[in-house]
Write a protein that binds this ligand. Structure first.
Ligand code: SF4
Length: 368
């Protein structure tokens, strides 16, 4: 097993506990270190990050925007307030002399954890044994770097929720079948929108013998989806939509395409995080919009547009708990380590994974 972390396990623990500093002191020291280290470090913050952390971000955005920004920066340290796969992508795109830091190494992604390289290799061999047709692999950017490397090695591409349609179109023009992982919902919702009927899609479940598929199903399918999903977006249900339609028929419903098929079909609109932000921004004053995506972003949009009524589609808090692991104390621990010139929680993707992954990233950028 390759170790993607440069640091030792001890570095996982923050050196700032409640006995040393209260919350206010943590925030004050963060501001003061941010000012002191402004030429050395830059802070990137994903939209799903909590307010106490996002306030320190120099650049905010979704995973694609942050990855692109990382490629343009010159600061020696990039502190990435997001989850592990995002920091890996930033490391791949950053310069050799830069270090990417994830304030809590346990900030992972439940969807990314639903597909590993061994499982993908096994599925790929099995699928290729059962069809003569050319399969093009496409991975959602929300995955481990080793999966990005897999698509780079096998003439495939990466995609994001903003460009999935363009990338899938390219894949189906380049081969006869598409293998899409790890998010079945983004794959299904996008393919259906492009006119591919559900009957032409099958789901490969890595927890079942042969993915739970027969040889004939593989031969007949146009699209092979991976059995993966985002536990946050899967929290939105068709019942939430039905209940809102009854209680507030004038409310417009916009959801993220990581939501299930019936939720996307029942909503008025669906699109990536950037798409949702743009749709809220463009909506007229007095609009009522229920959003099916992570709660921190929904709350922030509601605060940003006091003349609109922005709510979550779900009555429950759909919170990305892994993203939430990045807290001010962890951030302070990272800042202090940079101040000592002894960075902790550095994300470093090995060269043999980085090279094919970059090939896949470049292909995505060429396509889109
Ligand atoms: S919202 Fe879902 S896909 Fe995004 S980081 Fe959290 S678990 Fe992963």
């Amino acid at each position: 097993m390759l170790n993607l972390f440069e640091d030792k396990k001890d570095d996982f623990l923050p050196d700032v506990d409640e006995k040393q500093l209260n919350d206010e002191q943590v925030i004050n020291e963060l501001w003061s270190l941010k000012k002191k280290l402004k030429d050395e470090m830059i802070i990137l913050g994903h939209h799903y990050q909590q307010d106490d952390v996002i306030q320190f971000a120099d650049i905010t955005g979704d995973s694609l925007k942050l990855a692109r920004e990382a490629a343009k920066l010159d600061h020696p340290y990039i502190v990435f307030c997001g989850v592990h796969f995002m920091a890996e992508t930033a490391d791949m795109l950053s310069k050799e002399n830069q270090k990417v830091i994830l304030p809590d190494l346990n900030a992972g992604c439940s969807m990314a954890d639903m597909a590993n390289r061994e499982q993908i290799d096994k599925a790929w061999s099995w699928l290729k044994e059962h069809t003569e047709e050319k399969i093009i692999p496409v991975t959602y950017i929300n995955c481990d770097a080793k999966l990005k490397a897999f698509v780079g090695e096998n003439d495939g591409s990466i995609c994001t929720s903003s460009n999935a349609e363009e990338v899938i179109k390219w894949a189906l023009n380049s081969g006869e079948k598409l293998m899409f992982f790890p998010d079945q919902h983004l794959g299904r919702n996008t393919c259906f929108k492009m006119g591919i009927p559900l009957e032409d899609m099958v789901v490969y479940n890595p927890n079942m013998l042969n993915g739970g598929l027969t040889s004939q199903q593989v031969k007949d399918a146009k699209v092979i989806l991976w059995y993966g999903y985002c536990s946050v977006h899967q929290g939105f249900t068709k019942d939430h939509i039905d209940s809102l339609r009854k209680s507030s028929p004038e409310t417009k419903i916009i959801v993220h395409p990581e939501c299930s098929f019936d939720v996307c079909q029942g909503a008025d609109d669906a699109g990536s995080t950037s798409y949702i932000i743009n749709a809220v921004d463009k909506s007229p004053k007095g609009s009522q919009i229920a959003i099916g995506t992570e709660i921190n972003l929904v709350n922030r949009l509601n605060a940003k547009y006091p003349d609109k009524n922005i709510t979550s589609l779900s009555p429950y808090q759909c919170l990305c708990t892994t993203m939430y692991r990045v807290r001010p104390r962890w951030l302070l621990s990272s800042f202090r380590a940079i101040d000592r010139s002894q960075p902790i929680n550095v994300i470093s993707v090995p060269e043999e994974i980085k090279i094919p992954s970059l090939k896949a990233l470049d292909r995505m950028l060429e396509i889109t």
